[in-house]
Design a protein around this ligand. Structure first.
Ligand code: SAH
Length: 463
C-alpha cells in the first residue's frame, strides 16, 4: 500500500490522525530531508527512511510505487500532498501499476498562514505558485495578471528562493498595476514551525520585506474587502452588510454604510484594472513610470483616446520625480489646478493669477491675468528650475515659451491647456523647446489631465 501523506505545515499537532496512523505503521517512509526532519519523532524505529533531494521527485515517486506493491510505504509531502505536492506525480507514475494508493490530505500552507494572520481568505480566493521550475514564467505571468484584475484574495506559494528572486518583484509589479497600493498583504514565514514570523503590510509596503521572504514563506494578498483589524488581516464576507453586529438583527436596509464603502472600493478596483489593461495593451514604448502617468490621465478623463495625445519629452517623469523629492515649487496657471494637487504636496504649490500684482502687470503689459501670473512668478524667481503646470490657459503657456526663449527654464513643464484658440499651437511650441515636458496634444486637456499627471508623479516620488 502506498499512502501519499500531507503532514501539515510543521507542528505535529496540526497533522491529521490519519496521517499519523499511516506513518506509525509504515515499513518505509520517503520524503525530502526537511519533511522527514519534521516528523522524525513519530517514525517507527523499525521503518526504513528514504531521504530524497529536491529535483529527484520522479525517481522517488517511482520507487514508492514499486515498494508499495508489497510494503506499507508512506510518501510524505509538506502541507497537503495534493497542493504542489507529491500526490499528482505518484498517481501519474502509478497509472500502469496495480499498487494500492491513497491520498491523505493535510493542512496546507494557505490555511496555516491564514489562521496565523487572521482570516484573510474568508471569501473567494485563489492560489498561485511563483515557481517557474516546472511551469514557464510567461504562463505564470498571465495567470498573475488575470488574478490581479479580479477582486479576490490571492495566496502566493513559492514566492522566492536563493536562485529565484526576480519572480516576486515581477509579481509585485503586476499587482501594483492592477490593484490599490494600500491593499493589505500578509506574510508568514515558517508557519507552525520554528522561526515563525508574521507580518501585515500593504501592497506598496511589500518590497520592504523582500529580505525576509524565502521558500518557507507564504504571502497572502488581500482584496478590497480585506482590512487590518488590530493587527489581524480579515477579509469580510458580507456579514457586515447584512447584520447589525450590536443587535444581531438583520439590517433593514441590506446596504449598510460598510456596503457603500465596499462598493466604492470595488468600483475603484475595477476601474483601475480596466485602465491598467488599456494602457498596457497600448504602450509598448512607455516606461513603467510613464505608464503610471498615462493610466491616471485615461482614468481622469475616462477616455483611452488621450493615449494618442499624451507626449513625454526629455524624460519628464523622472525629472518630475526628482523635483518632488527635492521639494521644488510647483507654479500653476489657475487656482483650480492648484486645488486638485495632492494634499501631501500642496504646500509647495503656488498660483499667482489672483495676486494684485498680476492684475497690475496684466494691465500694464496687455497680458491675460494667467499670463501675468506666470510673469509675476518669474519676477519672484520661481520659474527657473521649478515645476510649471499650465492646465487651462494657452496664454500662460505662451508666456512660459517666451521665458524659455529668454533662457529661463523650468525643470519640468506640464502643458495641458485646453481650447480652440492657440491651445494646440502653444503646446507644440513648448514641446519643441528642449524642456522636459508632458503635454496633451491638440485642443483637449484641461485641469483634470494636468492634475492627473502631477499627482501620478507625486505618488511615485513618495513610494
Ligand atoms: N504541499 C505544500 C506546498 C508545497 S509548495 C502545502 O500544501 O503547503 C512549497 C511552498 O509552500 C513554500 O515555498 C511556501 O510558499 C509554502 N509553505 C509550505 N510550508 C510552509 C510553512 N510552514 N510556512 C509558510 N509557507 C509554507
Amino acid at each position: 500500500m502506498l499512502s501519499v501523506v500531507g503532514i501539515g505545515p510543521g507542528a505535529l499537532d496540526l497533522m491529521t490522525e490519519r496521517a499519523r496512523a499511516r506513518i506509525s505503521r509504515a515499513d518505509v517512509v520517503m520524503g525530502n530531508e526537511r519533511y522527514i526532519e519534521l516528523i522524525k519523532g513519530i517514525i517507527p524505529a523499525s521503518a526504513e527512511v528514504v531521504i530524497g533531494k529536491m529535483g529527484t521527485e520522479v525517481e522517488r515517486a517511482k520507487k514508492a510505487v514499486e515498494l508499495g506493491q508489497h510494503k506499507d510505504v508512506v510518501l510524505v509531502s509538506g502541507g497537503d500532498a495534493g497542493i504542489y505536492g507529491m500526490a499528482g506525480l505518484a498517481l501519474e507514475v502509478a497509472a500502469d501499476s496495480d499498487v494500492k494508493l491513497e491520498i491523505v490530505p493535510g493542512i496546507t500552507a494557505a490555511s496555516a498562514s491564514a489562521a496565523l494572520l487572521g482570516a484573510p481568505i474568508a471569501n473567494d480566493f485563489a492560489v498561485v505558485s511563483l515557481s517557474d521550475l516546472l511551469v514557464p514564467w510567461s504562463e505564470i505571468e498571465r495567470k498573475l495578471e488575470g488574478l490581479a484584475k479580479m477582486d479576490i484574495a490571492v495566496v502566493v506559494y513559492n514566492p522566492k528562493s536563493k536562485n529565484r528572486t526576480v519572480q516576486l518583484e515581477k509579481a509585485h509589479g503586476i499587482f501594483m498595476r492592477f490593484r490599490d497600493r494600500k491593499t493589505i498583504v500578509g506574510i508568514v514565514r515558517n508557519a507552525e514551525r520554528e522561526g515563525c514570523e508574521i507580518e501585515i503590510t500593504t501592497l506598496e509596503g511589500l518590497p520592504a520585506f523582500y529580505h525576509c521572504i524565502d521558500m518557507s514563506t507564504t504571502i497572502i494578498i488581500g482584496c478590497s474587502g480585506t482590512k487590518n483589524l488590530g493587527a489581524r488581516m480579515v477579509t469580510r464576507r458580507g456579514y457586515e452588510r447584512k447584520y447589525d453586529y450590536e443587535t444581531g438583527n438583520e439590517n433593514a436596509d441590506d446596504i449598510a454604510m460598510a456596503g457603500y464603502v465596499e462598493a466604492g472600493n470595488r468600483i475603484w478596483e475595477r476601474s483601475k484594472a480596466i485602465v491598467a489593461d488599456i494602457v498596457s495593451k497600448y504602450s509598448g514604448s512607455l516606461s513603467k513610470h510613464e505608464q503610471r502617468v498615462a493610466e491616471r490621465v485615461v482614468f481622469a478623463n475616462a477616455d483611452p483616446s488621450f493615449l494618442d495625445l499624451l507626449v513625454f519629452n526629455h524624460h519628464p517623469v523622472e525629472t518630475g520625480i526628482q523635483c518632488i523629492k527635492d521639494g521644488k515649487a510647483i507654479i500653476t496657471d489657475i487656482e483650480m489646478v492648484k486645488a486638485g494637487i495632492s494634499k501631501r504636496y500642496r504646500e509647495k504649490v503656488m498660483c499667482f493669477v489672483n495676486a494684485p500684482k498680476s492684475m497690475e502687470i496684466a494691465k500694464k503689459e496687455g497680458l491675460t491675468r494667467t499670463a501675468a501670473g506666470i510673469r509675476l512668478a518669474k519676477e519672484e524667481g520661481l520659474i527657473q528650475g521649478n515645476v510649471v503646470i499650465i492646465g487651462n490657459a494657452p496664454s500662460a503657456c505662451q508666456e512660459i515659451c517666451a521665458l524659455v526663449e529668454d533662457g529661463i527654464k523650468p525643470a519640468l513643464a506640464v502643458a495641458t491647456p485646453v481650447g480652440f484658440v492657440n491651445a494646440a499651437e502653444t503646446k507644440e511650441r513648448i514641446l519643441s523647446m528642449g524642456v522636459p515636458c508632458i503635454a496633451i496634444r491638440g485642443s483637449r486637456g484641461g485641469t483634470p489631465s494636468a492634475v492627473a499627471i502631477i499627482n501620478a508623479i507625486i505618488e511615485i516620488a513618495h513610494q
